[in-house]
Write a protein that binds this ligand. Sequence first.
Ligand code: KIV
Ligand code: ZN
Length: 518
Amino acid sequence: MGDETFLDEFLRRERRKLELPKRVRIFDTTLRDGEQTPRVSFTIDEKLTLARQLDKLGVDVIEAGFPISSKGEREAVKKISREGLNAKVCGLSRVLRPDIDACLDCDVDIVHTFVSTSDIQLKHTIKKSRDEVLRMAVDAVSYIKDHGRECLFSAMDATRTDLDFLIKINKAVEEAGADRINIPDTVGIMIPIAMRDLISRIREEVKVPIDVHCHNDFGLAVPNSLAAVEAGAQGVHVAVNGLGERAGNASLEGVVMGLMRIYRVETNIKPRYLVQTSRLVERLSRVPVPPNYPIVGENAFAHESGIHTHGVVSDFRTFEPGLITPEMVGHRRALVAGKLAGVHGIGKMLKEMGISATKSQLKEITQRVKDLGDKKRIVTNSDLRAIAEDVIGALPKEKEVVKLKEATVTTGTTVTPTASVRLIVRGEERVGSATGVGPVDAAINALRNVMDEISELRLKEYHLDAITGGSDALAAVTVKLEDEKNNLYIAKGVGEDVVVASVNAMVKGINQYFAGQN
Ligand code: KIV
Ligand code: ZN
């Protein structure tokens, strides 16, 4: 069996038909379009912190904000510009001189000037004709160039703009000196094959490098961005965690890793900082990253089902793309315990926790994990550890004198707590019941009632822990029993039911006591 996948073979065969550039410029708009995410607002200091992190990550351009929009925004962009970062700093402006002046006042390297070009926006928002916006765009670009700044021009809503007019306005701004043009899919309506065609057509008319700026309304922002690069776009606008207006912008993580690992196109990004950057943006934006988010989500390299964990333990490429590893992006691989777990995965998890179990203990631990997973949604690592300790700490089955078959309790505000237990003691069934001040006390009393042999055994200490928070937490009960010679027997019971966990702890302690008698 060869190692070459269909995709490898396809790219080898079709690569020449693609117009892939050698390198793509990563234009990060987390601090501008990303901040336009509904309910997201960064303080000046937060913007500066984020800019430093984006610079460490290696983005080529930081679109720091829209300086005309507020005093605070202007101050933030100014501070970022003066920070001495490696990345170029960009400010956004409409095709209006006061907007451009605000950007110039912030000392930005790049002025990104935009104007609506689709008929729907011309009619309902800017209320100007095509000719008027063309004149304004040319004037803005000339003004920016007269001030010696790099100029990026965006025809807003380009993908819904009449193609002839889109080409006309882009050619006009190119002539006026624009260094680059950007094709925004402002409302995220493109599909990859159409994006490829659009970029190819514009490239036939315009010689300056082309950027693409995709929104994610149909979840296609990353594929559309990659398709634009296939057609020769040299810059991609992205935002960390896919922040941005409505459903967001193309996610930096998806675009960058797609470019670098699938297309083998260079970027300046240091992927090992991706997770760190994503977590910082998540914290400061207060927009949680879904666990199943590509590349940086909590589950991006997590495995639960027995079949997958078995495969991954043997070779991670069985159930991961292989083109990326968690280490590459600053993540870690996680095996997760749950109802679909298998012995291989659980065995590996225990090993990582420093717990060694025999084959039969491992089988029992796995079974208990599956049973617990059936009853509650999440089996945490702490649950797994508690179960393992419970299983490993128990006496071998053949040495158990007492086995618990059943424990039931009745309790409530209007009844006296009553418990009954069914035990097998040295092969013989015993049933008994008792009352108590609470359900646990009643169950322990019931245990004593059926076992005269333990009349000398005193319960010295009883300790209850919830392994994880929540009403479905595993309970871990530790009991300390003392015999007539002051020998201590410490035992632990773990389970979803506090009473059963308590009785189990007692039964284990009693078995230890009997083992000590022999
Ligand atoms: O989505 C968009 O069209 C924009 C422009 C300002 C480029 O964000
Ligand atoms: Zn946008």
